[in-house]
Design a protein around this ligand. Structure first.
Ligand SMILES: [Ca+2]
Ligand SMILES: [Ca+2]
Ligand SMILES: [Ca+2]
Ligand SMILES: [Ca+2]
Length: 314
């Protein structure tokens, strides 16, 4: 799966490709569509898909010998015409999406609903949307075309991936142990297994790459194996999820010192990737206190309500 930053770069690139300057120095731009328009189409497409498809729930209920515990999706038709539609099995999650998330200038904030289905709940802990997680996945379009996938588990720092994807995964639990097989290979036991269905506004929206046309709702079947609790990606002592200052579950849109970073022409690092969150030259790690039990406290020397690590004045 493409990283989010790559996606944005691709979006800009494709936007540039779509510019037509045959008429001289001017550009005929093909403007991106509105989130509020596409979300309605995506919701209808997802609804139709969930009503006309089923997953191999019978295998999960009564696992046959050597069952691989992978979700298989199929159409309700013919010999399968009496199967239970996915719409009866899914859970949903609604997130606000801003046009700024895709660097669009429409000033929209639009609610988007994603669906997920836990075919087997893992027996281990549950990652947050900002934890590194050991995942196996397959990505496909609603027409069944596979565009990406891994045959084995791979580590993913969830904030680098699609917002809908990382949010859905935070509802899954991981496995409970790693066991060694007689042949020396290792295996994760009792991991999570499921599938998610994302509207394009929680995926690539107008971006496209690698077999994914613009405005595509996406399906990911996933297995969740392990995760690193309290992942602290920038190593500043604060778990990434605690750097989600606006509490929307998305750590990519919290950047305390963005103005300062712009002023000094530094790349803008959101707090979860920034070891000095206020750009005052003192590392965040040196502006917080972590006790022997690992509890973090945030001193505020000038009592202005802004903790030192976010305050350039203290
Ligand atoms: Ca946030
Ligand atoms: Ca920053
Ligand atoms: Ca930080
Ligand atoms: Ca400070």
């Amino acid at each position: 799966m493409q990283l989010r930053k790559v996606v944005l770069a691709m979006t800009v690139f494709i936007f540039m490709l779509s510019c037509n300057n045959d008429d001289g120095p001017g550009f005929d731009l093909i403007p991106p569509r509105l989130l509020s328009e596409v979300v309605v189409e995506d919701a209808a497409a997802l609804q139709a898909y969930l009503e006309t498809h089923f997953y191999n729930y019978e295998d999960f209920e009564n696992p046959p010998a050597n069952f691989d515990f992978q979700v298989q999706l199929d159409t309700i038709a013919g010999a399968n015409s009496d199967k239970r539609p996915l719409i009866q099995d899914v859970q949903s999650l609604t997130l606000e999406v801003s046009s700024e998330d895709f660097e669009l200038e429409d000033n929209e904030t639009v609610a988007h609903t994603l669906y997920y289905l836990i075919a087997r709940q893992g027996q281990g802990g549950s990652p947050t949307s900002a934890d590194s997680t050991y995942i196996r996945y397959q990505g496909s379009l609603l027409n069944g075309n596979l565009f990406d996938g891994t045959s084995d588990y791979t580590w993913q720092y969830l904030p680098f991936f699609l917002r809908g994807y990382s949010q859905a995964i935070s509802n899954f639990r991981v496995g409970d142990a790693i066991v060694e097989n007689p042949d020396g290979t290792t295996e994760i036991t009792n991991g999570g297994v499921g599938v998610m269905f994302l509207p394009s506004g929680l995926a690539y929206f107008n971006g496209s790459s690698n077999g994914i046309p613009p405005y595509s709702p996406l399906i990911f079947t996933i297995s969740t194996g392990l995760y690193i609790p309290d992942t602290d990606y920038d190593g500043d002592g604060i778990p990434s999820i605690m750097e989600d200052l606006n509490g929307d579950g998305d750590v990519t849109n919290d950047n305390t010192d963005v103005d300062r970073e712009r002023a000094i022409r530094s790349p803008a690092f959101p707090n979860h990737l920034d070891p000095d969150d206020d750009e005052d030259g003192i590392l965040t790690r040196d502006e917080i206190i972590i006790d022997d039990q690992g509890n973090i406290s945030f001193p505020d020397d000038d009592n202005d309500g802004i903790p030192n690590y976010l305050d350039r004045d203290s």
